[in-house]
Design a protein around this ligand. Structure first.
Ligand code: HSE
Length: 297
């Protein structure tokens, strides 16, 4: 086999209090095709600025080949990215996962998923998007002795993750730069306790418990200043009873609900309280992680 396409789901990290730990795969995808050649590197399907050797899919592809002591040949990479870039929906993690799985698949799947996670986590720095991108569903992760350890959690099947995606981006390094180096004991306790209950609420499908538990003191308050309209949208969503949080580092915000009419209810008012344009994307849990797309030709 010298050609393979990898499909990777979008992911939302943190889920409120689970900063750098919780993540969930969502029903939006990036497909990346890798075809080995005798020429050098060719990347298509993305803006010119991302077609060099620092493209994350290629960086992960090279790292996995190196870890297997496999020869690096020429490769054509085609990216079909439906996950919006720099919006807090795991677009970077998706490229890393695709590159790692693409290299592994082309050379006989010598590495386990845990091995691929170890390599990509060393690049990304935190496993909260990578774990659900690899495994699907809801995951919680820790880094122990430098290596990621991830577990899957049960999830009620009827949640809708209504993503509100603005027309501006927010690079993750900028959204991490505003966070304090130290937090108080009270804030640490707040997040640990709320995080445990978020996982239970998501399992039970308990929207009232989720709305109360899905609150955070470690990152969201600091990031609000970087996201125009955040507070106005929060004020619009909270009375509906839905869970509400920043998706990853933002700027996308998430309403987590079992109310099938929430999108319609918000649509009537969203434009009247916001200054930017916010697109509503009704997403659902993707229980399947990244995988090879069967070649139907
Ligand atoms: N946990 C990360 C953050 C997700 O909130 O900064 C973004 O990569």
């Amino acid at each position: 086999m010298n050609k393979v396409t990898i499909r990777v789901p979008a992911t939302t990290a943190n889920l409120g209090p689970g900063f750098d730990a919780f993540g969930c795969a969502l029903s939006l995808y990036t497909d990346v095709t890798f075809e080995e050649t005798d020429a050098g590197l060719e990347i298509t399907g993305c803006p010119e600025e991302f077609t060099g050797p620092d493209n994350l899919a290629y960086v992960a592809y090279c790292a996995v080949l190196a870890s297997m002591s496999e020869e690096l040949r020429g490769v054509k990479i085609h990216i079909d990215a439906r996950i919006p870039v720099c919006r807090g929906l795991g677009s970077s993690a998706a490229l890393l996962v695709a590159g790692a799985m693409g290299a592994n698949a082309l050379r006989g799947n010598k590495l386990s998923t845990q091995g691929l996670l170890n390599i990509t986590n060393a690049m990304e720095g935190h496993p909260d998007n990578l774990a659900p991108a690899f495994y699907g569903g809801l995951t919680a992760s820790m880094v122990d002795n430098g290596l990621p350890v991830c577990v899957s959690f049960p999830l009620h099947p009827e949640w809708e993750f209504l993503a509100l995606v603005p027309d501006f981006d927010l690079p993750t390094p900028k959204a991490r730069a505003v966070l304090p180096d130290q937090v108080s004991r009270a804030d640490a306790i707040y997040n640990i306790s709320h995080g445990a209950l978020v996982l239970k609420a998501l399992e039970l499908g308990d929207e009232k418990l989720l709305r109360n538990a899905m609150q955070d003191r470690l990152h969201q308050n600091y990031r609000k200043s970087l996201i125009p309209d955040f507070e106005a949208i929060e004020a619009l969503v909270r009375p509906t009873g839905a869970g509400f949080c920043l998706s990853g580092a933002g700027p996308t915000v998430l309403c987590v609900t079992r109310d099938k009419d929430l999108e319609q209810k918000l649509a009537q008012k969203l434009d009247t309280v916001t200054t930017a344009h916010w697109q509503m994307l009704p997403l659902f849990v993707e229980f399947q992680g990244a995988h090879v797309v069967p070649d139907l030709q």
